[in-house]
Design a protein around this ligand. Structure first.
Ligand code: FAD
Length: 448
């Protein structure tokens, strides 16, 4: 039995691993976790590969404590996994669900070449994506009742990792993590972000981030649109790499209801669960049912029509990819947000919307804007290449999951955001000053 891990990089709270081990016990056979490390992945740099490997090393160690071997093959999984399955005579491959195009191609290729059945388990969404809806949903309001109706059925607590009933008889090549990291042929121009300037990788660090969120930040979650407030969870790198299960986050959030520490207003908890469950699961729904989720064709008809109508509008500013990348626009808030992204691999959610909408405003066409935003998003964010990112950009620029607003130049009826609106919401000067100070601290520490 093989569990081919490629999205849920964790030992704990992982339905795919649990299913593989239960099937192995039922059939009286052994089971291993297999990982195919592709030489490149959708433009990921050492920033993302380093975080991934840091987490995988800890997960491999955690798997060892429950006796499950971890086999890492330095080859694209669409080739590595069928080969491995053949060499050990596997009777079943269990794998993760992922709606992104490249992953769908990999999974299809493994299904075509594998000597046995392949089962996909959705450990990402609390209500499995294919169960929640079989079509592209229009908006949060259409998927919300579907998810809520099924939550009770799927919101089970996780069992312990089932024991391995038979020893693994095949070779498990040792992994030299240092050598592996040093030998990666990936782009190193976007560096890793080390603690304390970025998150520590792995399941334990993800758990620690959840614990601190529940007691310190979630009580303030109603202030989540203020990038200066310590109100948001910071969980997205961990959720993106599957180092923590969203279902675990939901269970702990609900358990916190009567707990110790700062009181959590009911509205704060509900808003957090809305983002974590409804909005996040809507993103997987969008990518699964929209093969071109990162292009013009992903936009609804009304958004394409209105953007087409305003194609020739005069733009006050037009910026090249290089100017955007270096954060050299006329807008100090945008530049500060771009600085946060470049330095830390993270950006506050409110600013991600502002950031993308300004790229639309300052680009020669919506297609160019989308290309530049997706490129920068995936190059710098630790949590990039995520269905949330593709959906967030398509929401900001192409009205996906939104509705028409008041018509204006360039945007047409796509929802608009501007500097004055941001200034009404929070202290933009404080935010820009914080980013300046962060840069000098990182420079002093030799981190940039
Ligand atoms: P919290 O507010 O603490 O939210 C908890 C979790 O809920 C998040 O980690 C995330 O998984 C989910 N969530 C929150 N907001 C959203 C949302 N609007 N849509 C879907 N899920 C959400 N998210 C990524 O994971 N990767 C990306 O590359 C990414 N790029 C984005 C680009 C744009 C233009 C926009 C508008 C949004 C993007 N998002 C992306 C979604 C969202 O902004 C981030 O997930 C969130 O800001 C991460 O910070 P947090 O974990 O502290 O969020």
């Amino acid at each position: 039995m093989l569990y081919w891990m490629h999205r849920e990089h964790r030992c704990r709270d992982n339905w795919a691993l649990i299913h593989a081990l239960e099937e192995a016990a039922r059939c009286g056979v052994s089971c291993a976790v297999a990982y195919g490390l592709a030489p490149a992945f959708l433009g990921a740099c050492i920033r993302q590969f380093g975080f991934l490997l840091g987490g995988l090393e800890r997960t491999a160690a955690e798997l060892a404590t429950v006796g499950v071997p971890f086999i890492l093959v330095r080859q694209s999984p669409d080739e590595a996994i069928p080969e491995l399955a053949r060499s050990v005579g596997a009777s079943l491959i269990v794998t993760d669900f992922d709606p992104l195009r490249l992953k769908r191609q990999w999974i299809q290729a493994v299904c075509d070449a594998a000597p046995c059945a392949v089962v996909e388990v959705d450990s990402r969404n609390v209500v499995p994506c294919r169960v929640a809806s079989d079509k592209r949903e229009y908006a949060a309001r259409t998927i919300r009742p579907k998810i809520h109706r099924l939550l009770d059925e799927y919101l089970d607590d996780f069992p312990a990792v089932p024991p391995l009933v038979a020893p693994w008889r095949w070779q498990v090549p040792p992994v030299d993590w240092e050598m592996l990291r040093a030998g990666l042929g990936v782009d190193r121009t976007v560096p890793e972000v080390s603690v304390p300037f970025g998150p520590e990788a792995g399941e334990d660090a993800a758990r620690a981030m959840l614990v601190s969120h529940l007691s310190e930040r979630m009580p303030l979650y109603e202030q989540r649109n203020d990038p200066n407030a310590p109100a948001v969870s910071g969980l997205s790198p961990y959720l993106h790499f599957g180092m923590i299960s969203a279902q675990r986050v939901v269970l702990e959030t609900l358990a916190r209801r009567g707990g110790k520490g700062l009181a959590v207003p009911a509205e704060a908890r509900e808003s957090f669960l809305e983002e974590l469950v409804v909005r996040r699961e809507l993103s997987d729904n969008f990518c699964l049912h929209t093969p071109e989720y990162d292009g013009w064709n992903a936009f609804p008809d009304w958004a394409q029509r209105t953007l087409d109508k305003h194609r020739a509008d005069n733009r006050d500013y037009l910026y090249s990819l290089e100017t955007l990348e270096s954060g050299d626009t006329h807008d100090p808030l945008w530049n500060a947000a771009q600085k946060e992204m470049r330095l830390t691999g993270y950006m506050h959610g409110y600013l991600r919307m502002y950031w993308a909408k300004k790229i639309l405003e300052w680009s020669a066409s919506p297609e160019e804007a989308m290309r530049h935003a997706v490129y920068l998003n995936d190059r710098y964010f630790i949590d990039g290449r995520d269905s949330n990112g593709y959906t967030g950009v398509a929401w900001s620029m192409g009205g996906v999951h939104d509705r028409p607003w008041q018509e204006r130049p360039v945007f047409g009826t796509i929802r608009y955001m501007n500097y004055a609106g941001a200034r009404r919401k929070f202290d933009v000067n404080l935010y820009a000053a914080r980013m300046e100070a962060l840069e000098s601290r990182m420079r002093d520490a030799g981190a940039v």
